[in-house]
Design a protein around this ligand. Sequence first.
Ligand code: TRP
Ligand code: SF4
Length: 398
Amino acid sequence: MHKQRVLSGMRPTGELHLGHYHGVLKNWLKLQHEYECTFLVVDWHALTTHYKDSHTLSDNVMDYIVTWLAVGINPSLANIAIQSQIHEHAVLHLLLSMITPNSWLERVPTYKEQQQKLKDFDLGTYGFLGYPLLQAADILMYKGQLVPVGEDQVPHVEFAREVARRFNHIYGRDLGFVEKAHAAIDKLGKKQAKLYNEYCREYQENGIQEALEKGQALIAAAENLSLSDCERLLGYLEGSGKIILPEPEALLTKSAKMPGLDGQKMSNSYHNIISLRDEPNAVAEKVRTMPTDPARVRRTDPGTPEKCPVWEFHKTYSDEAAQQWVHKGCTSAGIGCIDCKKPIIESINQELAPIQEKIREYEENPSLVRNIVQEGTEKAREIAQDTLEEVQQAIGLD
Ligand code: TRP
Ligand code: SF4
């Protein structure tokens, strides 16, 4: 049995900041030990919105990769790859576009939302409408069963599931499907084959959900089946065709709430970030000038931590004792805001120092970084080529 695949991507727009680190990257660090991970810098996705800033894109791509490495994404555990270097993504996107109804794209919630929010960007483009389909192609390409995303991206993963389902439905019954399925059943061995056939019957004739699950478990545990036999048997079990593009699932990151300096979500477009590259002085300055509970006009006015963005930082950075110190000190006017911010500045700088050290090391060695990306991209491309071949065969473009 092979490890489940995880696929995720990040748009190289703006600087990587603490929100990325606590909300996404720390999660990737864990996942790389548990799954076969591919992490993509999705530069084409950046172009769907930032097409006028295209000349800073390639610096950003390098910056992202260096920073990923610096925080501990380990190229011997995870593939690091660049979307635009794997042209198969564009082909899959195109082929999927043939079967994707316009209405599906128009009703993706981020479509209208982002158009509203990013008024300066002229997002009435074909490319921007297709954004979720490009993402679906990323995900389906690697048969990424699990897609770690924040809540805002769940509709995109759901969209990818619908596209996969439609594709399998239209193209899944290739010539000789039944014969090939029977041959694969034989490979299970007599006893397992008999069980599998029973599960098929129970599920398809009587709709017994448990039989479906048992059948799926049986296939997952079978040792001598190729990946494509597994997919064929999963499809056969459900009474449909071969599952060429498995449906992915969102792996919801319970977002470590990392608000920006102003209490809104930390984001480059709100200009409220602490960059992973900010020097200690810059961090100190940014935190010192953070707004606090507006009720604390004078040092002697008591405050309410829940109304203060600094408190949110304490929730990430401070232990129980320090949090109590803040709470008590703030509500009784026992401490001033400057006292309260000091440990935050220290914690952030402590956290960033080793990362920045590593960033410097990688930046001094650009050929190492290039090799890492090249290798990761090649490995990703191999998977992409296999998938695309299957897809083209299923459509009849072979
Ligand atoms: N749409 C994602 C975002 O804005 C980025 C993305 C592109 C992605 N392709 C992906 C995320 C594939 C997960 C998987 O954050
Ligand atoms: Fe915010 Fe701390 Fe000042 Fe209270 S003491 S208002 S929590 S910065």
